[in-house]
Ligand binder design. Structure first.
Ligand SMILES: NC(=O)c1ccc[n+]([C@@H]2O[C@H](COP(=O)([O-])OP(=O)(O)OC[C@H]3O[C@@H](n4cnc5c(N)ncnc54)[C@H](OP(=O)(O)O)[C@@H]3O)[C@@H](O)[C@H]2O)c1
Length: 318
């Protein structure tokens, strides 16, 4: 399940004074409503009390150490639950949907931090008074893929940077155009103009936004150098929303086990957000290295054609 923290945050990190939140932008309220509509929303008792009711069209899950004290909604249009821990809240949300929103406040953002798969933050350019803050967002841990300026504030979307033993896996965004273009300029590939590379990156950003995962720019952590592109994406052509594994490494980075290391991180990320998914890897017959990676990961040969072999497996079995 995708677990998305959504918040409106002042330049000084403030989100509230304990009773209310200081920012009242109509466009932000409307976006919050449209984004969360139909999905479970998780919030702490203080935030629930600050809202003073239940938001229609969404299932509210209130977290409290004494959940019995929470008066639940009696409206069918605004179902509600109260639970005693963030883990119980997540378990319940996962039974209801494959996306949930963590709506604060300060304590609940912090107690959920390790479970978050995305940040959806409205960054306000002004400071606000108050003691309650959003946790610090470390730019080495979160990649901002979208920033939409809206005058007094920006809408932003961030996704996690993943670290493996030797690699730093950074969700690919527009800032990576030069590295992306270099990795796709090779004798085995047709030459393409920069705007086609940018279109490839934009398509990748769309995958992150729509499905919660997409390709990474793969960096060698030791030398902080880009060595490849890859990851998992939900394939539009495949049945049942199956996911595809993909990678492309610079020639000097091949043969060192990087692809398998990256692929294992892709599987781990997929297990978090879509446990029931099927993963596929398409391999050209005769590509012994890719076949070894597919089978080494636990994928099984499923289809064999003249020009492609398809290896698949349920993510939960990997
Ligand atoms: N700007 C924004 O986007 C935004 C969004 C949301 C909220 N806010 C603001 O944030 C403020 C509220 O934040 P807050 O930090 O004071 O409170 P909060 O996180 O909303 O709620 C805290 C309460 O949640 C329960 N809780 C927290 N962690 C728990 C855990 N691990 N297990 C069980 N229960 C847990 C506890 O309830 P019990 O005491 O009942 O045990 C705790 O007292 C308000 O000012 C609100 O307006 C702003």
């Amino acid at each position: 399940m995708r677990v998305i923290a959504i918040a409106v945050v002042g330049r000084n990190g403030v989100i509230g004074d304990g009773h209310d939140q200081p920012f009242k932008f109509r466009e932000d309220f409307e976006r919050f409503k449209a984004t969360t509509m139909g999905h479970p929303i998780i919030m702490g008792r203080h935030t629930h009390e600050a809202i003073g009711g239940y938001l229609p069209g969404r299932t509210t899950i209130v977290v409290s150490r004494d959940p019995e004290q929470i008066e639940l909604s009696d409206k069918e249009s605004a179902p509600s639950f109260a639970v005693g821990s963030v883990e119980m809240a997540l378990e319940l949300a996962e039974a209801l949907d494959d996306v949930c929103f963590v709506c604060g406040g300060g304590q609940v953002y912090r107690n959920m931090w390790d479970h978050l798969t995305e940040l959806d933050i409205t960054e306000v350019h002004d400071e606000a008074p108050g003691e309650i803050t959003f946790p610090d967002v470390d730019p080495d841990e979160w990649r901002c893929l979208v920033r939409e300026p809206r005058g007094e504030f920006d809408f932003t979307r961030r996704f996690p940077i993943t670290h493996t033993e030797r690699l730093t896996l950074v969700p690919v965004g527009p800032d990576d155009l030069d590295d992306w273009a270099r990795l796709y300029t090779a004798p085995d590939l047709p030459e393409v103009p920069m705007k086609r590379h940018m279109a490839g990156i934009q398509a990748n950003v769309e995958h992150w936004l729509n499905d919660g995962l997409g390709y990474w720019l793969v960096r060698d952590s030791l030398h902080d150098a880009p060595i490849g592109v890859g990851g998992v994406r939900r394939s539009k052509e495949l049945p049942d929303g199956a996911w595809s594994l993909y990678y492309r490494f610079a020639p000097e980075a091949q043969g060192q086990g990087y692809a398998e290391e990256m692929a294992r991180a892709g599987i781990a990320a997929l297990q978090l957000i879509d446990r029931d998914a099927e993963l596929r890897a398409a391999v050209r017959p005769g590509n012994a290295a890719s076949m070894a990676i597919a089978t080494g990961l636990g994928l099984q040969l499923d289809e064999e054609h003249d020009d492609v072999q398809v290896y698949t497996r349920k993510v939960s079995e990997l």
